[in-house]
Design a protein around this ligand. Structure first.
Ligand code: 6R9
Length: 678
């Protein structure tokens, strides 16, 4: 791991420090931050317990953390009783925030003059009433109760958070499936969780087009025998297939529910599962990560305060999709726990024009903005004018998430969007951590900014960069990012990973032997000041436009096509998406290589995995580089595609395979060059 650490080919400015000395009067030196950080680790349990006490518990915890029933599964705040739906709604409804706006929602369609056709505002009281009525439906009409499981397959419409909060209120465990996923993906998740009810929608808008989601859901249900009932939200009013006695329109169900229905929130154990969210790993099967009510709520509360510095007059805007963990934590639970006003939006950032987000920043006076590097790189390309034509003087804080941010994208956010006024950060975390763990914490103390860095670990978080054996590596050298002690928000009881405690232990704790460290799967560097810079994945997981895709999952989809014998997928750097998949495919006997088959395979991936995973290129070859034991050497395939040195090839079975992969790639590069000069 000797090479110079870079992000998207850009050198990292380890030494550069940008100081915003006047910012909220919280500017501090790096040393004093670390002094405080050290104290939080010295008084670890006491520290986290004191953060937990800031929330409203039905009965407060007396203990921070204890081991659970499986290896490396921990119980956070084990004797506390809590309900995250109560934290997000009821306690605000009992306060002056009762009629404060909780959500400002914007639909995608616009008038001819470019103004949004639909804007809905929900106060905390409105939201609380809706959530109660939906909880009433779930419990009275469908008999669902604590510990039951449901799946939610909805786009970015208000009913999505409403169903999440209604399920949480009753202690029903839910899984949200991203609306861009296919029927196959949905069925796999429903079946793994054993969900008995599915919530979906007739259809929704995306880039001006109608997406008929109920049709996709119907195909999934055919493969999901556990689903007994379906609730359908009417978003478009289009005709869809409704099965008698199985499918119900939400609006019709709600007709039978009193406007003032009240459903008592369950007084749950802190460790009771809130949701299971599926994410890609290095095998074909997605991992169901469990998050609880108590520990998760504590990490969200802490990070909303420390990282986003939230205040009651903030207008918070996180541009993620609720179908991913970022939306769960920072559109739904985090901002609502803090009683904030949050903006959320149905559609894409460049519809009808590339200033949609900036127009929303202006329209609603957004103060805190949370987005992704891929979106930034995409919007940068349209030019600064789209940004500058909108008033952004309300903005005071900007963060990004999802993948490493290259220094030039960081500078654009800092200089163009934030006018050098706002701290800009890159918050590191993962589906598994539930919330941010490594980031500058301007709400506590603002350390100097560094373009592209994540920053020091948050208080109470014991993060480090280590080698294969778990020993810290020297500053400036690349190693593996680990979290050395448990943290609230980590995968929760009973099993960390739904139904698979062995895989949980193996993937996250046994990779670095004998230390009990949480292995993140990321490469990182720590600089001389102690800032962490995450560089990208160290395993066979891709981050395409911030979305996690397992290479093995994608290979399985390719291999399930009738013409494909073998496939190897690797990620190559992309100036906008950060990384994109390319695939090398060996066809079965009797199938001739052709452009047509390549297009067919791309379509196959679109249909069976989803548009985000479609390989940029598919190369047809007759063999793949393998080890003598028959394992595909993706490392070599990747080296060829990125022009990196091949490294150790002593285990390679047949060198001709490398030559063939190389030739396919070189021919492609040549063809691209020729088409450019033509
Ligand atoms: C929240 C989320 C997790 C992986 C993670 C890492 C990458 C996320 C990052 C970042 C560098 C950041 N990642 N944030 N890398 N800087 N600020 O993205 O969760 O989809 O599970 O992905 O994303 O590689 O391991 P998830």
């Amino acid at each position: 791991m000797g090479e110079e650490p870079r992000i998207l080919g850009e050198a990292l400015p380890f030494e550069e420090k940008i100081e915003l000395k006047n910012w909220a009067g919280r500017h501090v030196g790096i040393e004093s931050y670390f002094e405080y950080h050290r104290k939080t680790l010295e008084n670890f349990e006491e520290f986290w317990l004191s953060v937990a006490k800031e929330l409203d518990w039905f009965s407060p915890p007396s203990k921070a953390v204890e081991p659970g029933d499986y290896p490396y599964v921990y119980k956070w705040f084990p004797d506390g009783r809590i309900n995250i739906s109560y934290l997000a709604l009821d306690r605000h409804v009992r306060s002056w925030r009762k009629n404060k706006v909780a959500y400002i929602w914007e639909g995608e369609p616009v008038d001819p003059d470019g103004r949004p056709k639909e804007v809905k505002k929900y106060t905390y009281y409105d939201l609380w009433r809706e959530v109660n009525r939906v909880a009433y439906v779930l419990s009275r009409n469908f008999g669902l109760k604590k510990g039951d499981k449901i799946a939610i397959y909805l786009p970015m419409i208000p009913e999505l958070p409403i169903f999440m909060l209604a399920a949480a209120r009753l202690g029903i465990i839910f899984t949200v499936v991203f609306a861009g996923f296919t029927a196959e993906n949905l069925a796999t998740r429903i079946n793994d969780l054993g969900a008995t009810l599915l919530v979906t929608v007739d259809g929704f808008y995306r880039r001006g087009k109608v997406i008929r989601l109920k049709d996709v859901a119907d195909r999934a249900i055919e493969k999901s025998p556990s689903i007994k009932n379906v609730i359908v939200v009417r978003r478009l009013g289009i005709d869809v297939n409704m099965v008698d006695g199985r499918d119900y329109w939400l609006d019709e169900l709600l007709k039978g529910v009193p406007q003032n229905a009240y459903v008592e929130p369950e007084r749950l154990e802190s460790t009771h599962p809130l949701y299971v969210l599926y994410t890609s790993g290095t095998t074909g099967k997605p991992k169901g990560i469990i998050h609880d009510h108590g520990g998760y709520a504590v990490l969200l509360h802490a990070t909303m305060k420390w990282v986003f510095d939230v205040r009651d007059d903030d207008i918070f805007y996180c541009t993620a999709d609720i179908g991913w963990v970022t939306g769960h934590s920072y559109i739904v639970f985090g901002p609502l726990i803090e009683g904030l006003t949050t903006v959320f939006y149905e559609g894409v950032p460049d519809y009808p024009a590339p200033d949609r987000w900036w127009s929303m920043v202006e329209r609603y006076g957004v103060t805190v903005f949370y987005t992704t590097p891929t979106a930034v790189r995409m919007l940068m390309r349209y030019g600064d004018e789209w940004v500058r034509k909108h008033d952004r003087s309300s903005l005071r804080l900007i963060h990004s998430v999802g993948e490493p941010i290259n220094p030039s994208a960081w500078r654009w956010l800092f200089e163009v969007v934030g006018e050098k006024r706002c701290p800009v950060g890159s918050t590191w975390w993962m589906t598994e951590t539930g919330g941010i763990l490594i980031s500058k914490a301007p709400g506590l103390a603002l350390v100097p900014l560094k373009p592209g860095a994540n920053g020091p670990p948050l208080p109470g978080v014991d993060a480090d960069v280590v080698d294969e054996d778990g020993n810290p590596v020297e500053p400036g050298k690349k190693g593996f990012l680990v979290i050395k002690r448990p943290f609230p928000g980590m995968p929760a009881p009973p099993t960390g990973m739904w139904g698979d405690p062995q895989r949980y232990a193996q993937v996250y704790f046994e990779r670095i032997k004998g230390k009990g460290y949480f292995y993140t799967g990321d490469y990182a560097v720590k600089d001389k000041d102690g800032y962490i810079w995450v560089l990208g994945r160290a395993d066979e997981v891709l981050k395409v436009a911030g979305h996690r895709i397992g290479t093995y999952e994608l290979e399985s989809v390719l291999v399930s096509h009738k013409a494909v014998a073998e496939a190897a997928v690797v990620g190559i750097p992309d100036p906008v998406k950060g990384e994109v998949p390319i695939a090398y495919v060996v066809l079965k006997q009797g199938f001739e290589p052709s452009q047509q088959i390549i297009e067919e395979l791309k379509e196959w991936v679109r249909k069976n995995y989803g548009p985000i995973a479609v390989p940029n290129n598919i190369f047809l070859v007759t063999k793949l580089p393998k080890t003598r034991s028959g394992k595909i050497m993706r490392r070599l395939v990747k080296a060829v595609a990125t022009g990196a040195p091949l490294g150790d090839i002593t285990t390679l079975e047949d060198e001709a395979a490398v030559d063939e992969v190389k030739k396919a790639y070189e021919e492609f590069v040549k063809a691209v060059k020729e088409s450019r000069t033509a």
